[in-house]
Structures are given as C-alpha cells and as structure tokens.
Design a protein around this ligand. Sequence first.
Ligand SMILES: [Zn+2]
Length: 258
Amino acid sequence: MIKKEIIEEVIEEIEKKENDNRVAKRLVEVKFDNGMALSYLSEIEEIEVGDLVTVEGKLEDEIGVVKTVKKSFKTPKFEMKWIERVLDRDVTGNYFKLGEDMVSTYCSLTAEKFITMFAGLKYKDNKAVGEDEIELDLANFEDDEMFDNELVKIRGKEIFKANGVMFISLQDGIGKAIVRGSEWYEIDFRCKSGRITYIACDCPYFGECKHEVAFLYKLRDFWKKFSKQSNSDNFVMCRKEYFNAILSNGKGKVSMKL
Ligand SMILES: [Zn+2]
C-alpha cells in the first residue's frame, strides 16, 4: 500500500514543476474588499482593468478587482503569487421585463456569474442531487406538512415581499435560486410539470427554512405572469436593478424587449 503522504509529496512535486513553467505575461494590481491592494503575476494576456479575479495565496477565498495592468515589467526577484482565474462576466441573450424582474428564456447569465458579480462570493457548485424526492404543489405549498413552522412561513413571506429573491434559473428541470436574507443563500431545486421534486438551501438552518419559503412564494408569483408571456419551461430571472448593473459592467451583448 502506498502511503498517503508519499502520494501528496509526488503531487506537490508535479505541481511545483508545472508552476515553474508559468510565464508571466502581465503584472497586475488587484484590490480587495478590505481595501488591500496587492500585485500578482498573470499568465493571462487578455486580463483587463475591472476584471474580477481570484488569486493564489492568503487571499485565495476572496474576489478582487483588477486596478492596473502592466505589459512591460521586470520579473521581480522575490517570489510573487499568481492570478488564479478571471471570472466570466460576459452576458448575452434576449430579455424582457416582467414586473420588477428581467427575464430571458435563453441567455448566458448563470447562477455562478450572478453570485460572483454581485454577492462577492465563491460559487458553491452543489447541484440538486439529493435522493429524497418530494412532491410539492406550488399552488398550495404552504399547506404541506413540510412547512409546519408558522414563524418560518411568516419570515419567508417577509423576505419575498421585501424582494429578497434576487435570481432564479431553471434549465431542463434543474434550478437554482439566490435569496438574500442576513446573507446571500443558494437554493438548489428540481421542478417537474409545476411541481417541486427537490429543494435544499445552503443556510445553516435545520429543516425547511425561510429562504425556501420566500423562493416558493416568488416562483409561484413569477410563474403566473411568465406563463402568460411564454410557454418555455426554461428561464433565467433576475431583479431589474441587477440587470441594469450587468448592462453597465458586463462585457457581453444583451438586448431587451420592453
Ligand atoms: Zn435557507
């Protein structure tokens, strides 16, 4: 049996060799939320001022904004950390306005892009993979025994009414929603013929939470309006103010029907 430590050593050795082959194409200054600005090397030539990036080193869990990009620079003698990746912010697609929301039946705005653009969070790719199938009718979900906590339902309705559901996407029955409570939370869900067959929120609350309630109220309300305009089962919905921010910050092409 090969010891775990030996495997880890070998992996480390391989990674070190790969890293040694990196070519610094740009010297980049990155500003972080805490006000700190630090310099990094970048292999990516296309990196631009305003790009959102993740980096190596002690700030690896943060998302920073590129402030300056230098094409010509002396390779520093001291060891520098590297830009890990540039977050994708291109958004393309056709949108129409539905109340206070913007909706598209085909566009490239994913939950990952939405989260990294606006919540400053790293996307957690927990897909809806739970085994526990449920059968929740959107029309009267609040009467289901799953939602037997009255306080959770009241709080959930408050979040819904305060426009706390920022984003919902549904593609081939698999969906994701972003709900803003005290923090931003991700909800994974599955939906078949208007019935919710799986739902999970990443907040620490045990059992069905107020974010799920807020999301279900919003989805029901949304679906009523949406089904009058489109017969598609796939859609992306985001709050109008975020859509406007995408138009002013994004690099992609977005067209609108008002
Ligand atoms: Zn929750």
